[in-house]
Design a protein around this ligand. Sequence first.
Ligand code: PLP
Length: 415
Amino acid sequence: MSHLSPVLKQATPVVATHGEGVYLYDDAGRHHLDFTAGIGVTSTGHCHPRVVEAAQAQVGSLIHGQYTTIMHKPLLALSDKLTELLPEGLDSLFFSNSGSEAAEAALRLARQATGRPNIVVFQGGFHGRTVAAASLTTSGTKFKAGFSPLMSGVAVSPFPNPAHYRAYGFDEEQATDFALRELDLVLQTQSHPADTAAFLVEPVLGEGGYIPGNRRFFEGLRKKADEHGILVIVDEVQTGFGRTGEFWGQDHFGLTPDIQMFAKGIASGFPISGIAASEELMAKAWPGSQGGTYGANAVACAAALATLEVIEEEQLVANSAARGVQLKAGLEKIGEKHAEVQAVHGLGLMVSVEFTDAEGEPDGAAAAAVHRAAAENGLLLLTNGMYGHHVRFIPALVVTEGQIDDALALWEKTL
Ligand code: PLP
């Protein structure tokens, strides 16, 4: 512990020895209801037997095969499976290891394919921590403070976030009108369409507090992009693979990207990420610019394939939708008794509770205190939101009705 950097010591003081489903067990003999899922990664739960078996079998036959040197079977099988699940036409895949690298790959491709320098991002978006990904991130200055200069060529437009515009009395419709008008203005005043390579957006703000977008906003965004030959990059890193109760977060809104990013829930904890695009678009990546030593690791690919099979066979997308409704309704009901709970947000099994003070201002301290107290009661959660004032629930997609009830009881006790 003493050898860890200070940022790693801030984690909940649980030294996990093993995990099973939605439970983590620690070295003090306690068990914890894990509603963090490694930040939305262990989609099939901790150590799902099918995923363990697939990974163990793969370790015994081939661990690593560098993918610009040789191909391997798990990579080919995973690519075939993913293209069945991706929107029609997004049939060319590039793989990397983290969400940030997927953001970098999407950025490089968009700039190279269009020959244009700028990316328009949406307020409250999170796309990672590498310098380029942090430059595209607007869910908190803490993600980019102190290491400027960041990448240039980023313009920021509003996301239709009614919680953020509550102070102006905006409802979702008005927040959407505002966001669409501002997008026009951004193209008029900050980033000329001829200089704009792409719009980069999350279907549901993740680190921004589990705030879903809406169909009218995404239709307007897509239309504006098509008018000007601007690409749409959808960041499905957190929302993909059933997390929101549809297979892709964008499916709720009829949004089809030109470039789609994915990571997190694809492989139940093995590091693998990537982007998908049409073959025509992907061919515009300059030779040598997309690659990496570890991308599409053979064990990660085998684990991803098993994860996708489990998601399908155990109908985890439908479970995510049903358990998400149960969780949100339960949190709303409990929230009614607590003035500091301003609202409950989210879609599927991405649900957050927003904390405000007596003046209705974001209350990060309250969220942090509740987060700590919940952990002491055996319920592991996340915080975030633009002011750190959301407590987030993101359990594995295998979570049962009874386990949601248990989490709600612990939450009520904690508040
Ligand atoms: N994009 C989204 C939507 C995310 O939620 C995250 C991480 O939380 C990232 C990108 C960055 O992923 P990573 O931490 O794997 O680099």
